[in-house]
Design a binder for this molecule. Structure first.
Ligand SMILES: [Zn+2]
Length: 148
C-alpha cells in the first residue's frame, strides 16, 4: 500500500506571528522565481525530483511551518525508492515570512525530501528539520539577479 509521507521544514527559534507578505514575497507556483529554485534543487541533488512532476502551491499551515512536502511511495521506506515517488506536492505556508534566499532554500529542502532525502539530525544543514540559514547556491542566485 502506498504511504503518504510528509516532510515539514519548521522555523528555527521563536515562532513569529503572521507577516503581511505582499505578492512579491509569495511568487506564483508557475513563476520564474519558483522555476529558478527548482533548477537549483535539480543541480544540488543531481536529479529531477518526481521526474519534474511536482506541484508547488501555497496553503495556510501552522505558524511554525515554512513548507511541507507530500508524496506517495510504493516502498515501505518512504525515502527508499524516490524514482517511484508519485503525487509530489510542496506546500508553502503564506503565514511564514520569506525572502528569496529563504524561499529558495526551503524549496531545495523540500525537493530533497521528494528526491529521497530524510532529515539530517545535525543542526544548520540543508536537510536539518529547522531552517537556520540560506543555501549558498540560493544566495549566489540572488547576487546574479542583482547584477543582471
Ligand atoms: Zn524537512
Amino acid at each position: 500500500m502506498p504511504a503518504v509521507l510528509v516532510g515539514a521544514l519548521g522555523l528555527a527559534g521563536l515562532m513569529t506571528t503572521t507577516a503581511a507578505a505582499g505578492p512579491a514575497a509569495r511568487p506564483a507556483p508557475a513563476s520564474p522565481t519558483i522555476a529558478t529554485a527548482q533548477e537549483i534543487a535539480r543541480a544540488y541533488w543531481g536529479t529531477d525530483a518526481c521526474g519534474g512532476a511536482v506541484t508547488v502551491r501555497w496553503a495556510r499551515q501552522a505558524a511554525d511551518i515554512n513548507a511541507l512536502s507530500t508524496w506517495t511511495s510504493p516502498s515501505s521506506d518512504p525515502y527508499g525508492d524516490p524514482a517511484d515517488n508519485r503525487d509530489c506536492t510542496i506546500t508553502l505556508n503564506p503565514a511564514a515570512t520569506f525572502d528569496w534566499p529563504k524561499l529558495c532554500t526551503v524549496l531545495v529542502h523540500e525537493f530533497g525530501h521528494l528526491s529521497g532525502h530524510d532529515h539530517d539530525r545535525r543542526a544548520g544543514r540543508l536537510m536539518s528539520e529547522l531552517y537556520t540559514a540560506p543555501l549558498a547556491q540560493c544566495v549566489a542566485a540572488k547576487a546574479r539577479r542583482a547584477a543582471a
